[in-house]
Design a protein around this ligand. Structure first.
Ligand code: FAD
Ligand code: NAD
Length: 479
């Protein structure tokens, strides 16, 4: 192994492995240091996203939705399924196989592109050097023309509900339950709470979610959050807002949770409790004190818009730096940094990052919300189209939700899109592309959409911005 590389990446999650592959594609000698080990003690690539995040959660969301469809949604199509059953270990096995396939795939891509994977824990030293400690405690120092830190994030713990990995679990434990809990408590009605609460709720758990805030999904457009809350309630998720958990104690094989809310002190007993109250950057013990790196007030590695840290030739990307904790945000930052190291003029558009909650229906968003625009005094127009008026959504008996497009009132430029509905994750991407190209709502309205598709709801929402929607009664005056 050489003792110096053009680029050394610390962390092989979606931010780090993508940065490493792009750097190698650009002809830079590249190594990626990763501390995660598989059961055989070999380096495991893919980070949180592939191992315990995006991919395994979506595998279980899809399996559990297929079960819910068979149980609840097929009769309307004239299909009879008698007593569909669940084999949880088989579901977990399928999920694990997908994870293995994808993490192994990253190893293959590293090989193909000439990225050296180094097993161990990396630490940034002064003078663009990386210290790597392997699992046996052996230390080596590697020289680096440039360092890209992509160390990711870890779940936040709260003192009243310490995770014991048996009864009180975090998101990783919630992906490994070998049987369906009869009563499942979830602290935090955010993205993880809603996705993993949905998985186990669909499989039969009675799910109670305890959320500290009074508002549900405050980062989402308020109209979409309200519609999503209505649908989740219909699905049986018991979401209790404005609650403060004061204790969680394991007693006789169950978790007794105490919390306070406007109604006073309450006690609930659950078979399992998921703690999903956010994630924090993994920025401790990552750099020597004389490395020149600093943390911001929330513990993120301080970077500018180009992901440059305060130390020359040291960059940081992904969950370990400011911005939404999303796999695709980290990957794009990784590509930007690799390209800038190679002398290209790459930059990120932080205004155009989609986010999705993969419940059913999905909730997806890009850009500004209506409440943001109001608060900032930006003149805007809104176009809303309900899936109840979409032929394709009705044909598949999946017609809950709406598409909302927000455009500037004066220049018509699209400022945001918010969707709750079938395939929202894929639909919002159409508007992400439009926004990336600086499109107006009229540009989308003038585009030909295939019929019958769910995408037509995006088209109709764009038409509705100026009161031209065809398949609903427009509220606005036509121009
Ligand atoms: P990570 O994926 O956390 O990877 C960091 C890597 O660095 C890890 O492998 C770690 O072992 C390694 N590392 C850390 N420190 C060191 C060190 N000192 N030396 C060597 N290696 C080190 N995001 C989405 O966009 N879509 C989703 O659907 C989605 N679903 C999620 C579901 C769950 C349950 C969870 C928990 C997260 C989900 N996320 C999702 C978030 C997503 O997983 C993260 O945003 C993403 O993984 C961050 O990528 P990263 O590369 O910055 O960090
Ligand atoms: P989150 O920020 O989405 O939700 C956490 C929720 O917990 C918030 O609503 C918060 O108000 C609440 N909360 C905080 N402290 C609490 C307390 N003491 N008691 C009760 N409620 C409390 O965080 P998450 O769901 O843990 O997810 C972590 C990160 O992972 C997110 O930033 C998210 O972007 C990412 N993620 C993304 C996806 C996706 O893209 N589909 C899926 C899962 C996770």
């Amino acid at each position: 192994m050489p003792d110096k590389y053009d680029v050394v990446v610390i962390g092989a999650g979606p931010a780090g492995y993508v940065a490493a592959i792009r750097a190698a594609q650009l002809g830079l000698s590249t190594a990626c240091v990763e501390q995660w080990l598989d059961a055989k003690g070999k380096v495991r690539l893919g980070g949180t996203c592939l191992n315990v995040g995006c991919i395994p959660s979506k595998a279980l969301l899809d399996s559990s939705y297929k079960f819910a469809e068979a149980r609840d949604h097929l009769a309307v199509h004239g299909i009879t399924v008698k007593d569909p059953g669940i084999d949880v270990p088989a579901m977990l096995e399928r999920k694990d196989k997908i994870v293995d396939q994808l993490t192994g795939g990253i190893a293959g891509l590293f090989k193909h592109n000439g990225v050296t994977a180094i097993s161990g824990t990396g630490k940034v030293l002064s003078g663009a050097r990386v210290e790597v400690t392997d699992k046996d405690g052996k230390v080596q120092v590697i020289g680096a023309g440039n360092i890209i830190i992509a160390a990711g994030s870890v779940p936040v713990n709260i003192p009243p509900a310490p995770v014991d990995n048996k009864y009180i679990i975090d998101s990783t434990g919630a992906l490994e339950l070998t049987e369906v809990p009869r009563r499942l408590g979830v602290i935090g009605a955010g993205v993880i709470g809603l996705e993993l609460g949905s998985v186990w709720g669909r499989l039969g758990s009675e799910v109670v979610m305890l959320e500290a805030l009074d508002d549900f999904l405050p980062m989402m457009d308020a109209q979409v959050a309200k519609e999503a809350a209505r649908i989740y309630k219909q699905q049986g998720l018991d979401i209790r807002l404005g609650t403060r958990v004061t204790g969680a104690e394991v007693k006789d094989g169950a978790v007794v949770v105490t919390y306070s809310s406007a109604g006073g002190e309450k006690v609930e007993t659950f078979d399992r409790l998921i703690v999903a109250v956010g994630r924090k950057p993994r920025s401790q013990e990552l750099f020597a004190s004389d490395s020149g790196l600093t943390l911001d007030e929330r513990g993120y590695i301080f970077v500018n818009d180009y992901c440059e840290t305060e130390a020359p030739h040291v960059f940081a990307v992904g969950d370990v730096v400011r911005g939404p904790m999303l796999a695709h945000k980290g990957s794009e930052e990784g590509i930007m940094v690799a390209e800038r190291i190679a002398g290209k003029k790459a930059q990120m558009n932080y205004d155009c990052i989609p986010s999705v909650i993969y419940t059913h229906p999905e909730v997806a968003a890009v850009g500004r919300t209506e409440q943001d625009l109001k608060a900032d005094g930006v003149p805007y127009k809104a176009g809303v189209f309900p899936f109840a008026a979409s032929g394709r959504a009705l044909a598949s008996n999946d017609a809950q939700g709406l598409v909302k497009i927000l455009a500037h009132a004066e220049n018509d430029r699209i400022l945001g899109c918010h969707i709750v509905g079938p395939s929202a994750a894929d639909l919002v991407q159409q508007v992400v592309i439009a926004m990336e190209f600086g499109s107006s709502a009229e540009d989308l309205a003038l585009t030909v959409f295939g019929h019958p598709t769910l995408s037509e709801a995006v088209h109709e929402a764009a038409l509705a911005v100026d009161g031209h929607a065809i398949h609903i009664a427009n509220k606005k005056k036509r121009s």
